[in-house]
Design a protein around this ligand. Structure first.
Ligand SMILES: Cc1cc2nc3c(=O)[nH]c(=O)nc-3n(C[C@H](O)[C@H](O)[C@H](O)COP(=O)(O)OP(=O)(O)OC[C@H]3O[C@@H](n4cnc5c(N)ncnc54)[C@H](O)[C@@H]3O)c2cc1C
Length: 389
């Protein structure tokens, strides 16, 4: 086993860290307070190749591996988790499924503008009545002479109000309930109407929108993968996307640890640095240990995916552990700072708010446990969305 990053991976990590420290960290607090999506940031990420870092060069990307992409997400999320999720959904939930499931024509038409960051991508699966049970979605694609007319609504779509390209799921076979009969389509912004912008606990520099589709006409060239087999695209996409969310959680926890560690060496009470108290030392020791464990799970899952090996359970384990760890340890960071940790003077309260979502999207912790249990016990464990695939 080799735990060293390669020279290329270290260079990408360093490049992202420098960009994050110069362009994101100084602004993250105000973006959070103003609930502002930093439109001006993404062209800068694109200039550095970070909007398509793991996309092959022939499709306009950086040609790096999946672990490099995970390192990018970790560094971006360490600075601002809203930026992290914007890039995560753009890359692993939009660009990569088109690369994996698209025809040559679809790949050369839709991927380069995404990989070069000329357009943002969005992934539209969730609806008001279908979250964890994604197979119960009701958006319908009615057949027409040259394609489909799609009608329905989508809920909580990251990048929904900014994206130029959407990977969207709709039912092509209304007679079939569940995951069979769902197809995946590649849509443009003009196919969808943004009906609402969500107000959230955190991730305030990202956008989360509801969408309506009103007989949106798409040609056959917009069908991604086989008709009625789109659920497979959704599940495979989430298998990889979850590794990205694990990296996001890891970045948030690392940021909280950095602040807590530094505060522990400066703050004095009872005539001593609080870091001299064993209670605080143990908190830092636990934080460092859990962050390390999450990093190893996350990097292993990324390595397996890059190597083309099964990574469903390993990605679920990484996301489950990293997200719950980030929620626990961002709370501990507030505890180490005491009262000031609860105020807006330090960013740990933002980290705490941002960490919570990593336990929910791209599959809740409960769903991750079902996925992992199924890998242990087989099909007798009910995992609704997967079982129906
Ligand atoms: C900020 C944000 C961004 C998002 N971005 C996107 C996006 O870009 N694209 C997209 O398609 N979706 C997106 N989502 C949706 C997200 O993926 C869903 O919220 C998530 O999958 C959970 O679905 P739900 O909220 O409907 O919860 P529900 O499915 O209603 O779950 C409610 C509770 O029941 C539990 N539960 C449900 N089923 C089971 C079961 N079988 N066993 C045990 N427990 C169960 C859940 O774990 C949870 O605790 C986003 C959501 C948010 C909040």
């Amino acid at each position: 086993m080799n735990f060293e990053l390669t020279a290329d991976q270290r260079a990408i990590q360093e490049l992202t860290r420098e960009l994050a420290e110069a362009e994101i960290v100084p602004n993250a607090t105000s973006w959070d307070r103003e609930h502002r999506f930093p439109d001006e940031l993404y062209p800068k990420l694109a200039d550095l190749g970070l909007m398509g870092v793991c996309v092959p060069e022939e499709y306009g990307g950086g040609g790096a591996d999946f672990l490099s992409y995970v390192l990018v997400l970790e560094e971006l999320s360490r600075a601002d988790a809203g930026v992290g999720v914007t890039v995560a959904v753009h890359t692993s939930a939009t660009t990569l499924p088109i690369l994996s499931f698209g025809t040559e024509e679809q790949k050369s038409r839709f991927v380069p503008p995404l990989a070069r960051g000329e357009q943002l991508g969005a992934f539209a699966l969730t609806e008001s009545g279908s979250g964890s049970d994604a197979g119960s979605l009701r958006t319908v694609a009615e057949p027409e002479a040259d394609g489909w007319a799609i009608t329905g609504s989508k809920q909580w779509i990251t990048n929904g109000s900014r994206a130029g390209t959407f990977v969207l799921f709709a039912r092509t076979d209304p007679a079939t309930a569940g995951a069979r009969g769902i197809s995946c389509f590649i849509l443009d912004a003009e196919h969808v109407r943004v009906t609402r912008e969500e107000e959230k606990l955190g991730l305030n520099s990202s956008t989360t929108s509801d969408l309506a589709l009103e007989r949106a006409h798409v040609g056959r060239d917009r069908l991604l993968h086989d008709e009625d087999r789109g659920f497979r695209v959704a599940m495979a996409t989430l298998d990889g996307g979850r590794i990205g969310i694990a990296a996001q959680a890891l970045g948030i926890a690392q940021a909280a640890y950095d602040v807590a560690r530094s505060y522990a060496t400066e703050r004095e009470q009872f005539g001593r640095r609080i870091g001299d108290f064993q209670a605080i030392q143990w908190k830092l020791a636990d934080m460092a240990t859990e962050i390390d464990a999450a990093r190893l799970l996350t990097y292993r899952a990324a390595w397996l995916k890059e190597d083309g090996r099964p990574h469903t359970a390993e990605g679920a384990k990484a996301k489950l552990f990293a997200s719950e760890m980030a929620r626990r340890q961002t709370a501990e960071a507030i505890q180490i700072l005491g009262g000031v940790g609860y105020t807006k003077e330090f960013p740990v309260e933002r980290f705490y708010r941002d960490a919570k979502i990593t336990e929910i999207y791209e599959g809740t912790s409960e769903i991750q446990r079902l996925v992992i249990a199924r890998s242990i016990l087989g099909r007798q464990v009910r995992v609704e969305p997967v079982q129906r695939a």
